[in-house]
Design a protein around this ligand. Structure first.
Ligand SMILES: NC(=O)c1ccc[n+]([C@@H]2O[C@H](COP(=O)([O-])OP(=O)(O)OC[C@H]3O[C@@H](n4cnc5c(N)ncnc54)[C@H](OP(=O)(O)O)[C@@H]3O)[C@@H](O)[C@H]2O)c1
Length: 365
């Protein structure tokens, strides 16, 4: 099941439509627009690769947790790929905003938009609880923080996130292949990192742990991680909206790994609610962090918790309340958004308030 069939979810739908072993794909979206059409396109397009899977689409608002619970009970999905968000970051990426204001909004950090990414994930978790079904959730919406909040609040939540550290690790592998001419199976990448590492880079001081081995030899010190993550490969325009296929591919990889029978050696963002991302093995429906020698899980988690400060997140309390850093709080207040913490109880209201702030920031010059 795909909850959210926008840009990222639309790509995921197309990839899943061509994935062996997936025999039924159910899409869920709030508005009547584009969902049935995307589902029908995926159904027809997958025929070219020899697939004749079942496709069905449902128009459901995740806020209606009773209706969603009934749908879940009827469908009983093996896995849910969740990418619903109140408003995509693509809208700001493409908005006509003067450079000084864009810079001010950026300095309030990506964490400012947390309520938009968190609200649908909380609603989905409530619906799953009401339905009583067991399923794997892979959440692509700001998973480094959202998954950690959901797990703290509900005591369970998404098995995995997608993108972010997974994208960084893929880049390092391809870079190492290109610069060393070694085959992929001789290259071992290990990266503990987060959304903040992808967004701001190692040179910004974002905590992380990186190890690169080629043919068993540790060559980490021969490589500048900042160059790899911030400027390679050159043709990719990360500031534009046409890069979400990459993140969708990562989410599909996690779904397939969780449902598969073998062992997938990979990187996973926010496995079982841990903050940030880790090297991991996925097998038997479980994700096992696979850290390099000398690095303990507590140390890796502490690194990613510290890295969240670059996204404006000071800490996540045991009930799931997200407390912003003082710097992010001040930057948000200067934009007219006074918010020291995001609470689960106040989430719907905070999301609405954020919408008004966004409209005022992007329509007034
Ligand atoms: N993990 C990563 O590395 C990574 C990278 C890029 C993006 N992302 C995240 O991916 C998410 C999706 O981005 P996007 O550009 O694909 O967004 P999008 O195009 O706006 O799609 C969002 C989808 O969510 C649906 N939706 C929203 N609220 C809903 C609700 N209450 N009930 C049911 N469906 C609802 C929307 O349906 P309607 O149109 O019908 O409302 C739409 O299909 C964002 O959170 C973004 O930050 C993650």
């Amino acid at each position: 099941m795909l909850t959210g069939v926008g840009d990222l979810g639309g790509w995921a739908l197309e990839f899943l439509a061509r994935t062996e072993g997936v025999d039924r794909i159910v899409t869920v979206k709030r508005s009547p627009w584009s969902g049935p059409s995307k589902s029908a396109m995926a159904m027809m397009g997958s025929v070219f690769q020899g697939h004749t899977k079942a496709f069905e689409h449902h128009q459901v608002d995740l806020a209606d947790t009773d209706l969603m619970a009934r749908l879940l009970d009827g469908v009983r999905p093996d896995a849910i790929l969740h990418s619903a968000t109140v408003q995509s970051p693509r809208r700001f990426m493409n908005a006509d905003v003067e450079p000084a204001r864009r810079a001010a909004i950026r300095s309030a950090t990506f964490g400012m938009w947390l309520p938009w990414h968190l609200l649908p994930a909380v609603q989905l978790t409530e619906a799953i609880d009401k339905s009583g079904i067991e399923t794997h959730v892979v959440n692509a919406s700001f998973p480094d923080v959202v998954n950690a909040v959901v797990w703290k609040h509900f005591g369970h939540g998404p098995a995995a996130g997608a993108g972010n550290v997974e994208v960084c690790a893929a880049r390092i592998l391809r870079y190492a292949m290109e610069t060393s001419s070694a085959p992929a199976d001789e290259i071992s990448v290990s990266l503990v990192g987060s959304h903040a590492l992808l967004a701001y880079g190692p040179a910004a001081g974002v905590p992380h742990h990186f190890e690169l081995r080629i043919a068993g030899r540790d060559v980490t010190d021969d490589h500048d991680l900042n160059t790899i993550l911030m400027s390679w490969p050159e043709p990719i325009n990360w500031g534009k909206a046409d890069v979400f296929s990459l993140f969708a591919a990562s989410a599909v990889k996690n779904v397939v790994a969780l449902l598969g029978t073998g062992t997938t050696r990979t990187h996973v963002t926010s496995p079982f609610g841990l903050p940030g991302g880790y090297p991991a093995h996925v097998e038997g429906g479980r994700i096992l962090p696979h850290l390099p020698d000398g690095l303990g899980l507590d140390e890796a988690v502490a690194m990613n918790e510290a890295a969240a400060r670059w996204d404006g997140i000071d800490r996540i309390d045991s009930d799931g309340t997200v407390v912003y850093t003082a710097e992010a709080g001040t930057a948000m207040a200067e934009l007219g958004h006074r918010c020291e913490a995001v609470t689960i109880d106040g989430l719907a209201l905070q999301s609405e308030r954020l919408q008004s702030v966004y409209e005022s920031l992007t329509t007034t010059r």
